[in-house]
Ligand binder design. Structure first.
Ligand code: HEM
Ligand SMILES: *[C@@H]1O[C@H](CO)[C@@H](O)[C@H](O)[C@H]1NC(C)=O
Length: 329
């Protein structure tokens, strides 16, 4: 009697352990998630991203940023792609700013033709971001897969969670920490600004003619400041875009960091990483290290991209595999 009870509780324990292990495995992303259900997904996405970059090199930057803005809001769940006036597309950091939705549609169509209703839009963003970096000359990494698509967009979440160019480095660190990313991730991932552009509205408060104090940001190189001032005429809508990395806008390299050493960061949040403030000492040292060692930057960037891609994924039977990335099924 006693031993039977012992053995039945033992088997209950065993059953629970197996259940927990399975759930643990299911909630993990894996590199071979589509190995059987869509073995050619990598080939198809790479081809589509390459086509898009042939048409416009900047699209690499836009695709990378889409994955970032997806992951910081309700996790990497494709929520940034959802249409609708209450969508994340219309949050402040995204409106008139994030781009690449048509390219994501083309990738999705090509992937659906290869294997229908199998690959999530969230995973497509993760693969496309990696391919965009590789095709721009940056590092490669094995993309973890198995995310499912969310059922809701979160405009408030986008306004709250995404960092702004006028935020202090401490505020930015806090926004990264809120999604489980540390100071190394802040600096390495800011290196994404080695490609792409920002509109005058994102940095013109640093220029002489617009600054409330009537003087240019002292941490901005004066030659660069006057170039930017002619690019961003006072009183226009500020939609003209400037290279985030002025020495090599389409190449994924470590010039973003050497620019910071020369006070040639475009955004205040870029240059702030190399400030001499006590509180940002750790970021300053990393900027210096990455400026000297592209290999170290590439290694850390790839690591941090994998970490960012792991933010709160929907797995198992949560969410869905969207048929059209713009709308829930
Ligand atoms: C650290 C805090 C960050 C801030 C404050 C920030 C801010 C910005 C701003 C203001 C722009 C220009 C938007 C516009 O003018 O329309 C931009 C562009 C961009 N951001 Fe960030 N960003 C940050 C982190 C990141 C991260 C983590 C990534 C990716 C790993 C990233 C990738 C990009 C790219 C590639 C562009 C250019 C997009 C294009 O040309 O279409 N940024 N960012
Ligand atoms: C939206 O995002 C905020 C901030 O991350 C979060 O607190 C909130 O629960 C989210 N809302 C929904 C509906 O997911």
């Amino acid at each position: 009697m006693e031993s039977r009870r012992f053995f039945s509780s033992l088997s209950l324990l065993a059953a629970l352990t197996v259940l927990c292990l399975c759930m643990g495995v299911r909630s993990q992303l894996s590199t071979n998630f589509y190995a059987e259900s869509c073995p050619n997904v990598f080939k198809v996405v790479r081809r589509e991203v390459a086509d898009a970059l042939k048409n416009e090199a900047r699209m690499a930057a836009s695709l990378l940023r889409l994955h970032f803005h997806d992951c910081f809001v309700n996790g990497c769940d494709g929520s940034v792609l959802l249409d609708g006036s209450d969508g994340e597309k219309f949050a402040f950091p995204n409106q008139n700013s994030v781009r690449g939705f048509d390219v994501v549609d083309s990738i999705k169509t090509a992937v659906e033709n290869e294997c229908s209703e199998t690959v999530s839009c969230a995973d497509i963003l993760a693969i496309a971001a990696r391919d965009a970096v590789v095709l721009s000359g940056g590092p490669s990494w094995k993309v973890l897969l198995g995310r499912r698509d969310g059922l809701v967009a979160n405009q408030t979440g986008a306004n709250t969670n995404l960092p702004a160019p006028f935020h202090s480095i401490n505020t930015i660190k806090n926004k990264f920490a809120a999604v489980g990313l540390d100071t190394t991730d802040v600096v390495a991932l800011s290196g994404g600004h080695t490609i792409g552009r920002a509109r005058c509205v994102a940095f013109r408060s640093r220029l002489l003619s617009f600054s409330p104090t009537g003087s240019a940001d002292p941490s901005l190189d004066s030659t660069m400041a006057s170039e930017l001032q002619s690019l961003c005429p006072q009183g226009d809508d500020g939609s003209t875009a400037a290279a985030l990395d002025r020495s090599s806008v389409n190449a994924f390299d470590n010039h973003y960091f050497s620019n910071l050493l020369n006070q040639r960061g475009l955004l205040s949040s870029d240059q702030g990483l190399f400030s001499s403030d006590e509180g940002v000492a750790a970021t300053k040292d990393l900027v210096e290290a990455y400026s000297k060692d592209a290999g170290l930057f590439f290694k850390d960037f790839a690591n941090s991209m994998i970490k960012m891609g792991n933010i709160s994924p929907l797995t198992g039977s949560a969410g869905e595999i969207r048929k059209n990335c713009r709308v829930v099924n």
